[in-house]
Write a protein that binds this ligand. Structure first.
Ligand code: DC
Length: 216
């Protein structure tokens, strides 16, 4: 297995931007596990399922699908769905279904660093998926700051959303991500914890690089 750097944290903490930049700078591959969860949600929604899906229906549906992540793009049965997964609806359902799919996605995630040094971003990277990762980081920010970032991001993408909706969405997701029985969002014991509320992307990136250099 190659080197793995894990970046975990709640929704809107700046993980994706950071993980992408870090991977670029170090010439590592970037693994966006949120994209895998979103692809599962899109696939289930296309088949007409919602939170009422039974365990049997879920097991059956997942047997018939191949979800892959490669070169920054995510695929459902070889169809590139990287753009379709970036909607508030799929964000919502990825969180709703997330408690019931971590095991299904485990092999896909773990096989990624067999070939490449990897920056893996998600909720349970350092705790469950890559407990023996080379370096672990946990990024967070205040709820209001994360809602502001989510709001601005969706606005930039031309999506209609109010700040209050973004705030509610961030709070709901926090509850679901931290409260689920399997692979809940937790700070890994051996992770470097960074509160990014008052930090720019550049400052956060510099802190991460400093940590990597200080105990390389
Ligand atoms: O990071 P994101 O918003 O793209 O993630 C979408 C959802 O997927 C998020 O609400 C929780 C879930 N998720 C997860 O449970 N475990 C991961 N490793 C990554 C994402």
């Amino acid at each position: 297995m190659k080197k793995v750097i894990t970046i975990d944290g709640p929704s809107g903490a700046g993980k994706s931007t950071l993980a992408k930049r870090l991977a670029q700078q170090l010439c590592f591959q970037y693994l966006d596990t949120g994209a895998l969860y979103r692809a599962v949600a899109l696939y289930l929604r296309r088949r007409g399922y919602d939170e009422e899906i039974s365990d049997d229906e879920l097991r059956q549906a997942l047997q018939e699908v191949k979800i892959e992540f490669s070169s920054g793009r995510v695929y459902i049965n070889n169809e590139d769905v990287s753009d379709q997964i970036r909607t508030p609806e799929i964000g919502h359902y990825s969180s709703v279904f997330s408690a019931r799919v971590p095991e299904f996605l485990l092999d896909t995630q773990r096989s990624f660093p067999e070939k490449h040094d990897t920056v893996a971003e998600g909720r349970d990277m350092g705790t469950v998926v890559f407990p023996r990762a080379w370096k672990k980081f946990f990024l967070t920010a205040s709820v209001e700051e994360r809602a502001k970032r989510r709001f601005n991001q969706l606005k930039e993408m031309g999506k209609s959303i109010t700040f209050d909706e973004a705030l509610r969405d961030v709070k709901d997701r926090d509850e679901r991500d931290a409260g689920r029985a399997i692979a809940p969002l937790k700070v890994p014991e051996d992770a470097v914890y960074i509160d990014t509320t008052d930090l720019t992307i550049e400052e956060t990136l510099n802190r991460i690089i400093r940590h990597l250099n200080s105990d390389a």
